[in-house]
Design a protein. Structure first.
Length: 288
């Protein structure tokens, strides 16, 4: 499996903001009111349904920031497939810290594991083809890097991360620019030599114009299966062919079988259900 990791500074800053949101001005008053200062806890972070794990670094960081002495020992790695009841990590330390960090840790881990799990289902549906499933910019604000990481954990590929790392000319750009050819020519004049250019097309006439003008990739938007097959034949692997538009688990295999290289699926990040994970206290000891 490809090495999966997240930048530590990004993890630390995002977890810090999430903890500040949860703890507010007075801290975890329920835990402060009910749990003795010296109490210690041992807990298991476990799966309540099968899925793909993603986001362990964020969960670990939540406990670390609350109390650096808390031990967080993963039983699996990101990208691992787990069954219902599987232990994901063992947490041990001051009970107050364990309880105060629990929700932020689970929020990150459940959200990202849900994205990874849904991605893996799409990937499995097209495993018999050469196509790859990729994400979009339809992500939760401020969680894009993590959600795209989760897509990789699920076996998918990343599209551009933002508006600044590739040129993707969409239908509205084309309309304002005056057509496919003017838009492409303007993009080529603007782009640096390392910046790739992709353009969206709605029909085969637009595709022929793109092929005549040249681009790095073409986004075949909301085309029927028959039109996709024609488009793939016209492209003849001269540039990357990406299918997009309302892709579902029920339709993704048929789309992949047309011969496209990529299938972008907004649902990977905007419609993934949180994976059900829980933190179960096994032992709670009194003061030491």
């Amino acid at each position: 499996m490809t090495d999966l990791s997240l930048p530590p500074l990004l993890v630390a800053d995002s977890v810090r903001a999430a903890l500040q949101e949860d703890l507010g001005r007075a801290g975890d008053i329920t835990t402060l009111a009910t749990i003795p200062k010296g109490a210690r806890a041992t807990a298991m972070l476990a799966a309540r349904e099968p899925g793909i794990v993603a986001g362990l670094a964020l969960a670990r960081e939540a406990f670390r920031q609350i109390d650096p002495s808390i031990s967080f020992a993963p039983a699996v790695e990101d990208g691992a497939r787990i069954e219902k009841g599987a232990v994901v990590a063992r947490v041990e330390g001051a009970a107050r810290g364990v309880l105060s960090a629990e929700r932020v840790a689970l929020n990150f881990l459940g959200r990202l594991s849900g994205v990874a799990t849904l991605t893996s289902r799409y990937v499995e549906r097209i495993a018999h083809t050469r196509a790859r499933v990729c994400d979009t910019r339809k992500t939760t604000p401020l969680l894009r890097a993590f959600e795209k990481y989760a897509v990789r954990c699920g076996g998918g590929a990343n599209h551009r991360f933002g508006l600044d790392d590739a040129i993707l000319i969409k239908d509205n750009h084309i309309a304002v620019a005056g057509g496919v050819v003017p838009a492409l020519r303007a993009a080529k004049a603007f782009a640096g030599h390392l910046v790739k250019i992709e353009i969206e097309v709605d029909d085969l006439d637009q595709l022929r114009a793109v092929l005549a003008e040249g681009a790095d990739a073409v986004l075949l938007d909301n085309m029927s299966l028959a039109t996709l097959r024609e488009a793939v034949a016209l492209i003849a692997r001269r540039l990357a062919a990406e299918a997009s538009g309302g892709v579902t688990l029920e339709t993704v295999a048929d789309i992949a079988e047309t011969g496209v290289d990529l299938i972008s699926v907004g649902a990977l990040t905007h419609s993934a259900r949180v994976l059900d994970l829980g933190l179960d206290i096994e032992i709670c000891a009194g003061r030491r």
